[in-house]
Design a binder for this molecule. Structure first.
Ligand code: HEM
Length: 456
């Protein structure tokens, strides 16, 4: 028995020797104190010192693999995609997302596969709603411009994407009873909890005893109640309308996403909770991401007026004179517009750390990667990796066009130095819709108005 134990320890030692490198850790906290308020930035600094490709941290009691280079990201998202295609468990997501019945946080498996298929195949109605919403935003900017007052672009772009998302999901009733505002508030309150670095997630043994989890759990339960109130009402209204249309008592006038969910409910075996979780996903994934992305793009362009002018020249020369509102069909051949959006996604990815989870053990570059490991892919660091990008920290859209150094690089998940939508099985399910919204809005904003930062 003694020699068997010694042999086991020796094997363990050999396996540990092959783990990815780690910085020195503190007792209990591990490396948690090194993470800071902007984890993607501090993790890049740590990776530079301790493991440019892979680095193993212990955050509280949780081992977490940090992936910081395009090469290592390709190993995780392509070579071993089948191993890493799950998500780490999250206490908050479990409560807010109805036991992980959504797509984004669902563990890998049949439910996730079906829910993802549903979102990717049936989300299209949204694309037909854009015109009305763009018109609304342009009118609001027009009023501010006429009065000569500054506009809060973050607020305006947020409300644009919010309105678009609401219309796509809820249909024509999206503004009644201030639901669009309520939804925006709910998203703003939920995002920090769902997207945040909650300490409790790294101390599951404490959470089990209820030491740390009480506050987060209480907050999550309160949020979930508020979501329930809104989503139940929306679904019930749609159900009665859906029944009236099915019995021929009412004409079919709406093909929003809730209607789509109702129509495929049986086919996909969806219950009410599944529907609510999938709706939440579409709100979160679609609304927060696109508006933050537009925000960064406008900020970059206003800081570089010559690029703003170049973009305006491209847009103005491509559309018929006198056209007030551009639609998707006017956007063909706008290479600079696309390059500006790519460059903005490179420097400011909306999901700077992609969360994955290893379902089995594997080996990467001779390192042992155990099963059950949380993985964070630092797409922010990868998009600024000086080994793949010239003047990596500079905003230079030209790199993506003509004979620019990244002219061939795309965000479809095949170029691992550029992962704004991820790659592999868990890649974003709304790339085309997201990009279409951003292109349309940006083109309209620069076509219709001249922009500058207010003094100071
Ligand atoms: C500019 C806009 C958007 C950006 C930058 C973006 C980015 C991302 C990223 C980085 C991921 C994680 C990928 C990974 O873990 O490897 C993701 C996942 C996801 N996105 Fe998007 N997204 C955008 C818009 C949308 C829209 C409009 C939808 C609406 C349907 C959407 C639906 C999803 C879903 C459902 C997932 C989870 C996929 C899964 O876990 O299987 N996204 N997105």
């Amino acid at each position: 028995t003694f020699s068997a134990t010694r042999e086991k320890r020796r094997h363990q030692q050999v396996a540990d020797d092959h783990l990815p490198p780690s910085p020195p850790a503190l007792p209990v906290l591990g490396h948690l104190h090194l993470v800071g308020l902007l984890p993607h930035i501090s993790l890049r600094s740590l990776a530079r010192k301790h493991g440019m490709d892979l680095m193993l941290l212990r955050l509280g009691s949780m081992p977490v693999l940090i992936v910081s280079s395009p090469r290592a990201a390709e190993e995780v998202l392509r070579t071993h995609d089948h191993v890493f295609a799950s998500r780490p468990h999250s206490l908050v997501a479990e409560i807010v997302l109805y036991g992980l019945s959504d797509v984004g946080f669902a563990p890998y498996g049949d439910y996730w596969r079906q829910a993802r298929k549903l979102v990717t195949t049936h989300h299209a109605p949204a694309q037909r709603q854009e015109g009305a919403v763009v018109r609304m935003v342009m009118a609001r900017i027009g009023e501010a411009a006429a009065a000569g007052v500054a506009v809060d672009m973050s607020d305006l772009l947020g409300s644009f994407i919010n309105a678009l998302g609401c219309r796509a999901v809820m249909g024509k009733s999206f503004r009644s009873e201030g639901r669009d505002k309520l939804l925006r508030e709910l998203i703003e309150d939920t995002s920090p909890l769902l997207g945040g670095f909650n300490v409790e997630e790294f101390f599951p043994f404490l959470a089990r005893f209820g030491v740390l989890s009480k506050v987060v759990r209480a907050k999550s339960v309160r949020l979930r109640r508020r979501w329930d109130e809104l989503l139940d009402r929306l679904i019930e209204e749609h159900e009665s309308k859906y029944a009236a249309v099915a019995s021929g008592d009412s004409p079919k006038d709406d093909d929003d996403f809730i209607h789509v969910l109702l129509s495929v409910r049986q086919e996909y075996g969806l219950n009410r909770e599944h529907m609510k979780a999938i709706l939440l996903d579409v709100f979160f994934a679609g609304i927060g991401t696109a508006s933050s992305m537009l925000d960064f793009t406008m900020a970059e362009l206003m800081r570089k007026p010559h690029m703003m002018e170049k973009l305006q020249a491209e847009v103005n020369s491509s559309v018929p004179q006198g056209l007030e509102l551009l639609s998707e069909t006017n956007l063909t051949g706008m290479d600079y517009l696309r390059a500006v959006i790519k460059e903005s996604l490179r420097l400011h990815p909306v999901a700077p750390l992609l969360p994955h989870f290893s379902m089995a053990g594997c080996s990467i570059d001779g390192h042992t990667i155990p099963a059950g490991l949380q993985v964070l892919i630092n797409t922010w660091a990868i998009g600024r990796d000086a080994r793949c990008w010239e003047d990596a920290e500079e905003f230079i859209p030209e790199r993506f066009i003509g004979d620019g150094s990244a002219a061939h690089v795309n965000f479809k998940g095949n170029d691992f130095q550029f992962l704004p939508f991820g790659s592999g099985r868990r890649m974003c399910a709304g790339v085309n819709f997201g990009i279409a919204c951003i292109e349309l809005m940006l083109a309209n904003l620069v076509h219709r108005f001249d922009w500058e930062l207010p003094v100071g």
